[in-house]
Ligand binder design. Structure first.
Ligand code: AMP
Length: 221
């Protein structure tokens, strides 16, 4: 049996969201992106959104309790399994995730890193365009839509995320290295870690991830 309770780790721009979207449909797993949940909260003007906005605009992490508030209800409902995208992002979040999952009697089975060299990430972030209707992601150079500014999937308008400007993108990468990358060791120490090379065509990266996800959980390492 392959893994179904999965964390996808990787820097901003590594392709976590793109890959999680491709994998979730094919594998019947929920795609749980805390970034998407927080952006929805900001757009809806909820109390969580009002607190999150200033941190997101600055490329900083939103306080843990705000993120827990938007995530854990959804996680408890994902009975068929999930791909966690953008969470955890620091040690306290990883520990809280372990606690919640232990309570549910359903521990994490896999943490897979999508690995992309730093020098590629800024270009990937600043050229990213997201569909304002369906959330599908394109890139002006590496994954261009058939028609400029228009989503291939639904015909919606492609826009740049406000935190994908060069200055904020660089701040987000800094936060990743300082605070999130140490989770690689956290999961390695728990024998949950796998890694794929994320610097290549989307389809090849998906295939590599499918291979890792399908391995018997007991065989992961
Ligand atoms: P993402 O879409 O994953 O790149 O997230 C966009 C922004 O949302 C981040 O730069 C943070 O400000 C915030 N965010 C998303 N997930 C988390 C998290 N797990 N912890 C704290 N902040 C988060």
């Amino acid at each position: 049996m392959g893994a179904s309770r999965i964390v996808i780790l990787g820097a901003p721009g590594a392709g976590k969201g793109t890959q999680a979207a491709r994998l979730s449909a094919a594998h019947g797993l929920a795609h749980l992106s805390t970034g998407d949940m927080l952006r929805a909260a900001v757009a809806d003007g909820t109390p969580a959104g009002l607190r999150a906005k200033e941190f997101m605009d600055a490329g900083q992490l939103v306080p843990d309790e705000v993120v827990f508030g938007v995530l854990f209800e959804r996680l408890a409902e994902a009975n068929e399994g999930y791909l966690l995208d953008g969470f955890p992002r620091n040690a306290a979040q990883a520990e809280e995730l372990d606690r919640q999952l232990a309570e549910q009697g359903a521990p994490l089975e896999l943490a897979v890193v999508v690995d992309v060299p730093d020098e590629r990430l800024v270009a990937r972030l600043t050229g990213r365009r997201v569909c304002s209707s369906c959330g599908n992601t394109h890139h002006v150079e590496f994954m261009p839509p058939a028609k400029e500014g228009v989503c291939d999937k639904c015909g919606g308008e492609l826009v740049q995320r406000s935190d994908d400007t060069e200055a904020v993108a660089r701040d987000r990468l800094e936060v990743y290295h300082q605070t999130t990358a140490p989770l690689i060791d956290y999961y390695n120490a728990r024998d949950l870690l796998a890694s794929v090379d994320g610097d290549g065509p989307v389809e090849r990266v998906t295939q590599d991830l499918v291979e890792v996800l399908s391995r018997d959980v007991a065989e992961q390492n």
